[in-house]
Design a protein around this ligand. Structure first.
Ligand code: OGA
Ligand code: MN
Length: 282
């Protein structure tokens, strides 16, 4: 196993194409420059970091996150959250009881419908079910690199219409006029070039609706074919949560979803989420 010692903490490869864990770091205090650089480098190299054994309240999570860039605010429907920059990912109802419903169960990249989609998501486990509820990640670099050269050449210049409203509609959920105005459709490259690594990555997921300039159905078929390719087991890492985990992942080169394999009407699953704002995909 690859092992690297940086200052007083360790960064360990999780064994597959994706993911590393960081042990021995306390995110509650400000990071010094070398530590911040080491985290940033490891984030670009591994795409997912599991920083173990943290206990951050909402303010501490915001302070940790802001050391890596500005944060996203909520979509309009989350604006009654306890903090304007923290989204509570929860299956609890208003009375604090497990509701049975779980969100984010299908492959997506956070806020891909925004002109500047999220660069990274930071999720901190607060309450976990006894087993299950893993977060799954698919490697969009690997998915792109493994396509035949002709396919890559065909898709390199295509652009995708990302739509919050159409994505929700596909799942049988309607959005209000205010939500529609708040999140108009946006167009992004299908194979975006990662601004920090220069590598190409497929950029799709729930909000990716059709191909610009193509018939909707033809474009949907291509997106669905590429997504089926990209989410095969060989590209997937499943994160089994441990209490105290802070997970930070790169939305520019990953899709993710939660695994609905526990009784969400019985067990609580609560995580606190901050999203770092990204740049317009190119
Ligand atoms: C999210 C998300 C997955 C999970 O918060 O953006 O997709 O495992 N969460 O809860
Ligand atoms: Mn998500």
């Amino acid at each position: 196993m690859l092992q690297r010692e940086v200052a007083s903490f360790e960064i360990r490869d999780l064994g597959g194409a994706l993911g590393a864990e960081i042990i021995g770091l306390d995110l509650a205090s400000p990071l010094d420059g070398p530590t911040r650089s080491a985290i940033r480098d490891a984030f670009l190299e591994h795409q997912i970091l599991a920083i173990r054994d943290q206990d951050l309240d909402i303010e501490a999570q915001v302070a940790f996150s802001l050391q890596f860039g500005p944060l996203e605010r909520h979509v309009i429907s989350n604006r009654n959250a306890p903090h304007p920059l923290v989204h509570i990912v929860t299956n609890l109802d208003a009375d604090g009881r497990p509701s049975g419903s779980l969100q984010s169960t299908t492959w997506h990249s956070d806020k891909s419908f925004r002109p500047e989609p999220s660069m990274a998501t930071i999720l901190h486990a607060r309450q976990l079910p006894p087993a299950g509820g893993e977060t799954c990640f698919a490697d969009m670099y690997g998915a792109y690199d493994s396509l035949p050269a002709e396919t890559r050449a065909e898709i390199d210049d295509l652009r995708v219409v990302h739509s919050y409203a159409l994505g929700r509609a596909r799942m049988g959920v309607s959005v209000s006029e205010a939500e529609r105005r708040d999140a108009p459709d946006t167009i992004h490259p299908l194979a975006r070039i990662h601004p920090d690594t220069g590598r190409r990555a497929l950029f799709m997921g729930d909000h990716a609706h059709h191909i610009e300039g193509w018939q909707v159905e033809t474009g949907r078929a291509l997106i669905e074919r590429l997504q089926a390719h990209a989410t095969q087991e060989c590209f997937v890492y499943r994160h089994e949560w441990r209490p105290g985990d802070v997970l930070m992942w790169d939305n520019r080169c990953l899709l993710h979803r939660v695994e609905q394999n526990f009784d969400a009407a019985r067990h609580a699953r609560v995580l606190h989420r901050t999203c770092l704002r990204g740049t317009a995909p190119a």
